[in-house]
Ligand binder design. Structure first.
Ligand SMILES: [Zn+2]
Length: 392
């Protein structure tokens, strides 16, 4: 058997992985033609002495196209294993060489930029990725890394600029993300009291994603802050037609605006029709509360009971039992309903109401950016835990 294959069979993952990577590149037709230094370095790798191996590789004087690729493979192997400092040394050594042609230098720069990125040295990574944007071959990939850096650093304008630069089929996927960046900018302007600037950002958000729920919520907020509650309600209620699942997120806002207009009748009609399309516990809770205020707690409880029968979910059952703890006698409270409410509350809490369609991250709160995969607008509310009710 060829001695190279014997080496490949050695059960040392690091060196084996590197050799596989090198061999896979095919440009190395015969490993035995390599300078002795490579075998010396390989031997150190096999003995799990990476620093000695690194020293040997860095001292190799002659670097041609084939050996550059071996250095790249070794650097990438170190980075994959989390040994970023070693990877950085290899790639820095390559970048510093004056004898590399343009294409290989760009490749080495790209690898070094990824080392810096992985090490969290964003300033250095940013500079290299910006340089790589000048190259047609690396522009898209560099933009994607820059996007991650600016996203992390909350540099929204820069993030928009690089996301706009991502071309091809990939580019379309970023429209929704860019809309969220505009929403972030709008939020900053709202906090600073610059509502006109915020509105302009929200218009940009809608141009990128006409169905951006977050921009709808913010636009309604801006209208209500200006005292234009009729407009605010119209903006939020648009969700009834194209995103009824999101109605629970705005029911509190809509309710407040109707109450500001002193229009309980319309509020009630809105809540009743919304429940038909989305029996979200928050909408049900709002209607029950409104009914209770108008007609008394008993009527409110009666309505809640009928809604729980119609939409039997864990969340709605919890609301029913919880309301009983407030209205029942002291004895009943101590003995039954308080215990039941406590148990159900635990169940409702443990059942996560939101999850990310991209990575499956679960939470009890709506996150515009998924804390798991950092995707924007990927977290959605789940339908409540539906219970089946037996006939008797
Ligand atoms: Zn996710």
């Amino acid at each position: 058997m060829d001695p190279v294959w014997l080496l490949l069979l050695l059960p040392v993952a690091a060196a084996g992985g590197w050799l596989m990577a090198v061999y896979d590149r095919r440009s190395v037709k015969n490993l035995q033609e390599l300078p002795d230094a490579y075998f010396k370095g390989l031997s150190f790798l096999l003995n799990e002495e990476p620093d000695k191996a690194l020293k040997v590789f860095l001292e190799v004087v002659e670097v041609d196209k084939e050996t550059v690729e071996m250095h790249m493979a070794l650097g990438n192997l170190f980075r994959r294993r989390g040994e970023v400092e070693r990877a950085t040394l290899i790639h820095q050594n390559l970048v510093a060489r004056s004898d590399l042609d343009g294409g290989l230098r760009c490749l080495a720069l790209f690898e070094l930029a990824q080392d810096y990125f992985k090490a969290g040295l964003y300033d250095r990574a940013e500079n290299l990725f910006l340089e790589l944007r000048q190259s047609d071959d690396y522009r898209n990939q560099a933009n994607k890394f820059l996007l991650q850096i600016y996203d992390q650093e909350k540099e929204w304008k820069k993030a928009i600029s690089v996301a706009e630069g991502i071309t091809g089929t990939d580019g379309d996927e970023y429209a929704r993300t860019i809309a969220h960046f505009y929403c972030e900018l709008a939020e900053l302007e709202i906090s600073a009291g610059n509502n006109t600037a915020a509105e302009a950002y929200l218009e940009s958000a809608f141009r990128k994603d006409a169905k951006c729920i977050r921009a709808v919520i913010q636009s309604g907020r801006l209208a209500s802050m200006r005292g234009n509650h009729t407009n605010a309600i119209a903006i939020w209620r648009g969700l009834e037609f194209w995103a009824p699942a999101a109605l629970g997120e705005v029911v509190g806002h809509i309710s407040n605006s109707y109450l500001e207009l002193n229009d309980r009748r319309s509020l009630k009609k809105f809540l009743q029709s919304s429940i038909e399309i989305n029996p979200d516990p928050r909408i049900i809770g709002m209607l029950v509360e409104l009914t209770g205020r108008e007609k008394g707690g008993v009527e409110g409880d009666r309505l809640l009971l009928s809604l729980v029968q119609k939409y039997p979910s864990l969340e709605n059952l919890y609301q029913l039992v919880n309301s009983k703890t407030k209205t029942s006698s002291v004895e009943e409270k101590d003995n039954d309903y308080t215990l039941l409410a406590g148990l159900l509350s635990g169940l409702v809490e443990s059942g996560r109401q939101y999850n990310c369609r991209q990575c499956g991250f679960q939470s009890n709160a709506l996150h515009w950016q998924c804390p798991g995969c950092k995707g924007w607008g990927t977290v959605q509310r789940q339908p409540g835990t539906r219970l089946s009710v037996s006939a008797n």
